[in-house]
Design a protein around this ligand. Structure first.
Ligand code: TMP
Ligand code: ZN
Length: 406
């Protein structure tokens, strides 16, 4: 009803992807009963936060989780670079406590350890994923981020010099309480480093499949700066990073501290947003129009493929793939199976359209014509590890920003 950041009641609905199942709700049995929820995006004409029209209970989505950060080498390298960048902004490794919110299997905190940080602590709500991290030597509080987990860390370890949160802020409904918790845990001169998928990249590169029920908000810098100011926090530097189709990394300090000077990057990125039409509703309507065109092109591709008797296999049983497959009505008749290296996803079926997921083992012995990159954000890494497929004459189908065969 109201904007999550500025509480404006006047939201503009620009995209309707129909009713879809939860993107990570993989099935062990294709006859299992599933729930479908409307998937619609609204933009606030005041602060330009894009947001979903509904919120699904996070306990349903995140208490057991099939996603593991460490599967991708690209993400591992990204984490290492991030740990170095935090050092650059004045967090000394010795003695500092680093807390990672939604720490998953500990991928980022492991990078901090490798960079010499000895005191690390993760907070991760999924029981199965938190236990993987703990077995790997990453101390982890198995809770949702909130006042309880903050108190537990304060009691065990004291305040944090650095709090990180990658790819979780967009998943949170009450982003006010979320950052109040960060403020409470941080030392006076500590920093909060946050990464969110960047709505600039979403809109300008047509990354519409990254829209699913876990992602409640699609952030530009403008609403983020506004939000942090309201909560006594100050964005002092911002960078665009390539991970997950383009993300924004924000460096935040307490407004009461302001130890670090605000960098020109903040002003520059705000200006780029304004110049690129992102504070204009027509841009969002144009984006939605192109989503319809992509669906048409994909359906056309699969019709032609069927007529030619060609076979398609998917790579990456991704959440975004499940948005795409459900919205376009692509199922096992079009894609025989999807391969994924995540053990938690193998031998299950994708939600809604029920495509079987299996490991990539033995793929080289199977004849097929197209590899559909549902994890297009890791295109280079996947193409590199499937060079044998290109060499034997296969082609890749890439759905974003527009449908391409290469
Ligand atoms: P994401 O795009 O939501 O991060 O998901 C990427 C998915 O792709 C995840 O299920 C892991 C899978 N994947 C592999 O199985 N092998 C790979 O080499 C890469 C890069 C990803
Ligand atoms: Zn707003």
């Amino acid at each position: 009803m109201n904007c999550r950041v500025c509480h404006s009641p006047d939201l503009h609905r620009y995209l309707d992807l129909g009713k879809t199942p939860l993107a990570n709700a993989l099935l062990s049995d294709p006859n299992q009963k599933e729930s479908f929820f409307p998937l619609e995006v609204l933009v606030c004409p005041n602060c330009f936060l894009s947001q979903l029209s509904i919120v699904v209970d996070p306990k349903i989505m995140f208490s057991h989780y099939a996603y593991r950060s460490s599967i991708s080498k690209t993400f591992q390298a990204h984490c290492r670079e991030m740990a170095r960048a935090c050092k650059h902004w004045g967090v000394a490794a010795s003695g500092a406590l680093v807390v990672d919110i939604a720490s998953n299997d500990g991928c980022l905190l492991r990078s901090f350890q490798q960079e010499g940080f000895q005191r690390v602590m993760g907070v991760e709500p999924a029981v199965n994923i938190a236990s993987i991290a703990m077995q790997a030597g990453i101390p982890t509080v198995n809770k949702f981020w909130g006042i309880e987990s903050v108190q537990e860390i304060l009691n065990r370890e004291g305040p944090a010099s650095l709090v990180t949160a990658t790819n979780v802020f967009a998943h949170v409904d009450d982003i006010g309480a979320f950052v109040d918790g960060v403020e409470l845990l941080l030392e006076e001169d500590g920093i909060f480093v946050l990464e969110v998928p960047y709505a600039f990249d979403l809109i300008s590169h047509q990354e519409w499949d990254t829209i699913y029920h876990e992602h409640l908000s699609y952030f530009l810098l403008k609403p983020l700066v506004q939000h942090f100011e309201i909560h006594r926090l100050n964005v002092f530097h911002v960078e665009r990073v390539p991970i997950h189709g383009g993300s924004l990394r924000l460096y935040v300090q307490k407004s009461s501290s302001r130890k670090r000077e605000v960098q020109i990057s903040v002003k520059n990125i705000l200006e780029t947003e304004a110049k690129s039409g992102l504070y204009d509703l027509a841009t969002y309507n144009g984006f939605a129009q192109k989503v319809l065109e992509t669906r048409k092109a994909l359906r056309h591709f699969f019709e032609e493929t069927a007529l030619a008797g060609k076979k398609v296999v998917g790579f990456g049983a991704t959440a975004k793939g499940n948005t795409l497959l459900n919205y376009c009505g692509i199922g096992p008749e079009q894609i025989s199976f999807i391969v994924d290296d995540t053990p938690e996803k193998q031998n299950l079926f994708t939600p809604g359209v029920h495509i079987p997921i299996r490991s990539a083992q033995g793929l080289q012995e199977i004849p097929f014509d197209y590899l559909f990159l549902l994890a297009w954000n890791f295109k280079e890494e996947i193409m590199d590890k499937t060079r044998w497929f290109k060499q034997r004459g296969g082609s890749y189908l890439i759905p974003i920003p527009e449908v391409r065969v290469i």
